[in-house]
Design a protein around this ligand. Structure first.
Ligand code: ATP
Ligand code: MG
Length: 454
């Protein structure tokens, strides 16, 4: 029945494979009986944003990921609204709103906790568009018609406009059809679109993994050969996209797809190396599976923790080399951390705040080896203890440190003050040993390892 209706709506095949449809694209206006989205499913904030704009005489639609997710039956993460009002006009209609961005302006409209991103219809690219030498579009701030706005979006499934008032979906590129076929398809010629913005390759992988759908063969084919274009993308943009990917709740699936598509080379240069070591791969995959479970359970995740796990085995290897060269363990760890973060920064600009979180987690790790004296009490009081402890659990699960160590810390953490005192191991501080040895003038090997329980 739905198919019949769709067939009726889309009488002609509107798409030629090597042509970016712009003004010529025929728009299909789909009723609820075809798309099935009721206005109650849309957040009140998004609905009110559209209503206010429409009452002021503008066009306004929920657009992009939210419409796609509603069609698939997933819960939209956030809402974008597209309109023919300029940012200034939008700004004037909403008391709690502000204009974001300089070259490409959008308006954030705030309703309580929720922020709706409102963007003005933008023009598709043409020969006047400014690009870099690889064809990457540098400016994207020319206002356009709604049809042009649809054409400059990435995938057909992302170019759907939902009017909550009329409950219709405007579909310029047969996106509803593609969603029903569980296909992610690029609008226009995939090669041209990847050249304009190589991040679209990452978006293809992330969205396909997130939505559990396949990438159309013509959309997927050029990715492998064009992967190196990611090298020209600014490091801050790549970081944002990578963070989205890792916190999508489908990070394991995404990383697997990235590897299949050879996309991980340009992104996390160190990830290549890590994933090639069995212990490193186990650690990273455990961490990502853990993050996926948290995201899906609606819990928060920390980007610092995530990147700390991704890079840990590189830090370990670098630290080991330094210690073998005779550097003292603690300064060597500092040096190793800085070197790995610097290498990473060339490709992926990890923000300074997140880099600080990463270092906190790493620096606390050697302190888990100390289970005597006052040190465990001090460690447990550290503000970053919880993250560092979770990190230790992953290290134990991946076989890097004995599970017994993690179990000890779990028990120590759960114990009350008196019980903690009884759990502490005999003091094995070498300085104290030396002092004792000197005063007793006795010879004997100091028990170095803190790996065994008392
Ligand atoms: P999600 O929010 O679930 O991660 P999304 O598709 O909504 O996915 P956003 O980054 O929120 O992703 O983008 C909103 C919309 O903007 C997209 O649906 C798409 O129409 C358009 N868009 C985003 N990034 C690009 C891009 N690189 N090229 C073309 N269009 C894009
Ligand atoms: Mg979105």
């Amino acid at each position: 029945m739905i198919r019949k209706l769709l067939r009726r709506v889309f009488k002609k095949p509107a798409r030629a494979p090597h042509h970016i449809p712009t003004k010529a694209a025929k728009v299909a206006e789909l009723p609820v009986s075809v798309h099935g989205i009721r206005r109650e499913q849309v957040s009140t904030a998004a609905r009110r944003t559209c209503e206010t704009l429409q009452k002021a005489g503008f066009k306004a639609y929920v657009v992009g990921g939210a419409v796609r997710d509603l069609l698939i039956g997933a819960d939209p993460k956030d809402y974008d609204v597209a309109t023919d009002a300029t940012p200034d006009q939008v700004r004037q209609l909403f008391r709690r709103s502000r204009i974001i961005g300089r070259r490409f302006q959008i308006v954030h409209v705030m309703f309580g906790q929720e922020t709706i991103e409102v963007s003005t219809f933008r023009a598709a690219h043409d020969k006047n568009t400014i690009t870099d030498e690889h064809g990457r579009v540098l400016h994207d701030n020319v206002w356009g018609t709604q049809a042009e706005d649809a054409a400059r979006r990435d995938f057909t499934a992302n170019a759907l406009y939902y009017d909550p008032h009329k409950e219709v979906v405007l579909d310029y590129h047969r996106g509803v059809d593609d969603i029903k076929k569980k296909t992610l398809r690029m609008i226009g010629d995939p090669r041209t679109r990847y050249r304009e913005d190589p991040v679209r390759m990452l978006r293809a992988v992330r969205l396909a993994a997130k939505l559990g759908i396949k990438i159309d063969p013509d959309t997927e084919a050029p990715i492998r050969e064009m992967a190196e274009l990611l090298e020209n993308v600014p490091a801050a943009r790549l970081f944002d996209e990578m963070l989205k990917l890792l916190t999508s709740g489908h990070a394991v699936a995404c990383i697997k797809r990235l590897r299949d598509a050879h996309l991980h080379h340009g992104l996390l240069p160190l990830l290549d190396v890590i994933l090639e070591q069995p212990m490193g791969e186990k650690f990273v995959m455990l961490s990502l599976a853990n993050t996926d479970a948290r995201v899906r359970a609606g819990k928060t995740t920390s980007p610092g923790f995530l990147f700390a796990t991704l890079l840990w085995h590189e830090v370990l290897a670098n630290w080991e080399i330094r210690k073998k060269r005779g550097e003292l363990p603690t300064p060597a760890l500092f040096e190793a951390m800085d070197e790995i973060l610097d290498q990473q920064a060339e490709k992926l600009a990890i923000t300074r705040r997140i880099a600080g979180d990463i270092k906190d987690i790493w620096l606390l790790q050697p302190r888990f080896d100390k289970r005597s004296g006052r040190q465990p009490m001090r460690l447990i009081d550290q503000p970053r203890f919880r993250a560092a402890y979770d990190f230790l659990l992953l290290r134990a699960q991946s076989g890097e440190v004995p599970m017994e160590l993690a179990d000890w810390w779990t028990a120590f953490h759960d114990a009350d003050f008196a019980e903690r005192e009884t759990m502490l191991l005999p003091d094995t501080d070498p300085k104290k040993k030396r002092r004792r040895r000197r005063s007793n003038s006795k010879k004997g090997a100091a028990p170095e390892s803190s790996g065994e329980a008392a």
